[in-house]
Design a protein around this ligand. Structure first.
Ligand code: 13P
Length: 258
């Protein structure tokens, strides 16, 4: 089976300022210089992207946006296009984060258009999916995940094209910012389901290659256990990605060779 390079991604959400971003990047750079077997990525707020691109210059850190619009251009006040993100130095974009879905009303239909536009534009989509607490308690987790995948990747399914650059982030809503991490077994079970679905829908070649990240209260204390699971290929970290004391040990987790 093909080796999947782990991704450690920091989603800054609406946090930090330029000075603290620079300090944090300087620390991350020192660590990343010595790490070749994993990819490290940061997702700052839009207005910091161009500055952070300068901060990470000459390092192997990747730059991601936290959202984007689905159209090429147009009268969309307050929105940002894929080509603008690319010009700002982004290689990745987080799409369909649960905060976008729940606080800003983003539906699978919108997310599908965004994933398609990212793919067409050459910016790698990190598609977020995950069930909320009541859905988990009602035993609906797999149903919800399946429906989010079907909805957010509808264009690819209908047009029979393969989202070969797709990255998926499984983020159970009940674990985001709550300190309540999914157990490695709980996360593995859903990751395995996602990989199976990708294989059934787009073929085994993609399911062997696609990287599926876990997000939700990832900390230095739980990273190694999570990363030891066969279908967890990385993490999308919120709170603990905002300071070097926590993010650096996460980047440097012990990798168990399997
Ligand atoms: P926390 O790590 O703060 O739980 O956030 C996770 C997340 O939403 C990353 O996108």
């Amino acid at each position: 089976m093909e080796k999947r390079i782990p991704i450690i991604a920091g989603n800054w959400k609406m946090h930090l300022n330029l000075a603290s971003a620079k300090e944090l990047i300087d620390e991350i750079k020192k660590t990343v210089m010595h790490t070749r077997d994993r990819e490290v990525l940061v997702a700052p707020p839009f207005v910091y992207l161009i500055s952070v691109r300068e901060f990470i210059a000459d390092s192997a850190i990747y730059l991601s946006a936290q959202n984007m619009h689905w159209d090429e251009k147009g009268a969309y006040t307050g929105e940002i296009s894929a080509s603008m993100l690319i010009e700002a130095g982004c290689t990745h974009v987080i799409l369909g984060h649960s905060e976008r879905r729940h606080l800003f009303g983003e539906t699978d239909d919108f997310i599908d258009l965004k994933v398609k536009m990212a793919h067409q534009s050459g910016i790698k989509p990190i598609l977020c999916i995950g069930e909320d607490l009541s859905q988990r308690e009602n035993g609906e987790t797999f149903e919800v995940i399946k429906s989010q995948l079907e909805g957010s990747l509808k264009s690819f399914i209908e047009q029979r094209t393969t989202p070969y650059d797709l990255i998926i982030a499984y983020e159970p809503v009940w674990a985001i910012g709550t300190g309540q991490t999914a157990t490695p077994d709980q996360a593995q079970e859903v990751h395995c389901f996602i990989r199976q679905w990708i294989g059934d829908t787009f073929g085994r070649e993609l399911s062997g290659k696609i990287r599926i990240l876990y997000g939700g209260s990832v900390k230095p204390a739980n990273i190694s256990e999570l990363m030891a699971q066969p279908d967890i290929d990385g993490v999308l970290v919120g709170g603990a990605s905002l300071n070097a004391e926590q993010f650096i040990p996460i980047i440097n987790y012990d990798k168990k060779e399997g």
